[in-house]
Design a protein around this ligand. Structure first.
Ligand SMILES: Nc1ncnc2c1ncn2[C@@H]1O[C@H](COP(=O)(O)OP(=O)(O)OP(=O)(O)O)[C@@H](O)[C@H]1O
Ligand SMILES: [Mg+2]
Length: 529
């Protein structure tokens, strides 16, 4: 063995050692090992065999084979960990040199069979990590005269030592990376949850219907895309528009709202785009339009479906060119405004009927968010009631502690044509009607909310509260006995009505005998109905 050779080998070891420190992914590491091993040892082939601990099998994690078929066969190949030269090395933990493989009893011919390679001689060294031997580094078929030498074996052993450590590091790295990625995903999800709960906390919504809305709001907030909020009256369109702005990078700039239905045409135009002094009668001085005032922020066009036809091309121009021309001016001014619009009309239908320009529709409705009506998300009503009670209590400065079950039941069942706003009005009204310290009951609700099917529970709850209420309003003391009697009278009366005056059935419903009920009816002066 010449000294030039030795120097080359030392350099290789050195280079590999350094490269291993940087090269940390298994699938990149293995090919990096195989090629130089084959070259420096002048071998016909080199391979890394890894141990599958669970199945106690060897497999090839990577194959340096030019022939696709052979490569495929090797990649699919697995053999028992106690077979072949590799098996011996694994078991003993010592390197092994075999000069005539075909005549060696320990040799496993399975690999040759599958690949068509004829293995003549072999060098194999254990990949020894801190956790034991994890595989075998192997070269076959010395290309020079004669088999491999002991020097070659020593070199392979040295190589295998650093390869094993590098592999172990790669494995640890992969684990750490996987858990870091998992954490990253979790953190991302948590962060989104927090953002959602903080930013959108003013909006009550717990069911799937509102979950979709929140998701859309989040995406809308992130991009400067034009948002169209669609929904029936009182579903929270303006609230959503404000929250999208507040969650967007424009949150620091202004959010300016204008109702397109509320202003006559010229005023709307000057409101939006501004005017020069003298542009029309009454324009006594220059005025900046909302688009300019909202520069860098968001403009909210409420009831955009009501925008007059003559205004639509002007709005389209602003959206297309990003510039406004105030009335009476000739030179346009650049503006950077995000548009959020709202409509309770079917804007798409309006467009199809020709009432709304098609090109404007697609500009305005780039990102639609549809708000479900309250009757499609009744699950949110109790929470909304709670929230609205809190708001109403502080607005009216009246301590109404809550609402009873029957009244809540009525609120939840009702169809709410006016949605959240109507619910809000109903709660405000109930707070106004209730006495301080008193729960809201069916008595305090509008008659339209009371069930027509005469179901007993709300009536009974109402009766209880009426008795308690009577005490509070009159200021007179009602003893529990009196209250109980009053309740009994109302309750029995209600059940009798339910049963159309049939005493037997009423008694059954009340859990009394017929005789006992008749006695009570007599006592309270209740007549058969
Ligand atoms: N999901 C909700 N959570 C809490 N409050 C809500 C919700 N939706 C609506 N509101 C409240 O209901 C009222 C009506 O909401 P908003 O004005 O945003 O509705 P709108 O869809 O713009 O109605 P309109 O079509 O009549 O203009 C507001 O006081 C709003 O704060
Ligand atoms: Mg509105």
């Amino acid at each position: 063995m010449g000294s030039v050779d030795d120097t080359a080998r030392l350099r290789l070891l050195n280079d590999l050692g350094r490269a291993f420190a940087a090269r940390i992914e298994i699938d990149r590491l293995v090919p990096f090992v195989i090629r130089p091993s084959r070259e420096v040892l002048n071998a016909g082939g080199a391979s890394v065999l890894l141990l599958d601990d669970e199945r106690q099998e060897f497999y090839f994690p990577y194959v340096a084979e030019d022939e696709a078929e052979v490569a495929e066969a090797l990649l699919a190949l697995r053999f028992p960990a106690d077979r072949g030269i590799a098996g011996v090395v694994l078991e003993t933990g010592r390197p092994l040199r075999v000069d005539d493989a075909q005549r060696d009893a320990r040799f496993y011919g399975g690999v040759d069979e599958r690949t068509g390679i004829v293995t003549r001689n072999v060098l194999a060294a254990p990949l020894a990590s801190h956790h034991g031997t994890i595989g075998v580094l192997q070269v076959i078929n010395h290309q020079g005269p004669g088999p491999f030498s002991d020097d070659d074996l020593a070199l392979l052993e040295a190589l295998a030592g650093s390869v094993a450590i590098a592999l172990e590091n790669a494995r640890l790295y992969a684990q750490v990376k996987a858990s870091a990625e998992r954490l990253q995903t979790e953190v991302g999800a948590l962060r989104r949850d927090v953002a959602r709960s903080q930013l959108f906390s003013e909006i009550v919504g717990t069911g799937d219907a509102m979950a979709d809305v929140f998701r859309l709001m989040e995406s809308a907030a992130a991009a400067p895309i034009a948002v169209l909020v669609e929904g029936e009256t009182g579903t929270g369109k303006e609230l959503v528009a404000r929250m999208v702005h507040r969650a967007s990078p424009r949150a620091e700039a202004s959010f300016l709202a204008v109702n397109c239905a509320a202003l006559p045409e010229t005023l709307l135009e000057s409101e939006l785009f501004g005017h020069k002094r003298g542009a029309f009668t009454g324009a006594v001085q220059d005025r900046r339009g909302l688009f300019e005032a909202a520069d860098g922020g968001t403009i909210f066009l409420d009831e955009i479906g009501e925008m007059p036809a003559s205004m639509q091309p002007k709005l389209l121009r602003v959206l297309q060119e990003g510039e406004v021309t105030p009335l009476g001016e000739t030179r346009p001014r650049k503006v950077d405004v995000r548009l959020v619009s709202a409509t309770n009309r079917d804007l798409e239908a309006a467009m199809k009927e020709g009432a709304f320009r098609e090109d404007l529709y697609y500009r305005v409705a780039a990102f639609p968010i549809r708000l479900p009506p309250l009757r499609e998300r009744r699950e949110d009503i109790p929470l909304l009631v709670d929230r609205l009670l809190g708001v109403g209590r502080s607005r009216q400065k009246k301590d109404v502690p809550g609402i009873d079950a029957a009244a809540l039941e009525c609120l939840t069942r009702f169809d709410w044509p006016g949605n959240v706003r109507e619910l809000q009005n109903e709660i405000e009204r109930a707070i106004a009607l209730a006495h301080a310290g008193e729960l809201i009951t069916c008595q305090h609700l509008s008659p339209k909310l009371l069930p027509r099917d005469g179901s007993v529970m709300p009536a009974v709850e109402g009766a209880v509260m009426a008795v308690v209420g009577a005490k509070t309003s009159s200021g007179a003391r009602t003893s529990l006995r009196q209250a109980r009697t009053a309740f009994e009278v109302r309750f029995i009366g209600e059940v009798l009505r339910q049963q159309n005056g049939n005493v037997s059935r009423a008694a059954e419903a009340l859990g009394l005998s017929r005789v006992a009920l008749q006695k009570k009816m007599k006592e309270h002066g209740l007549r058969d109905l």
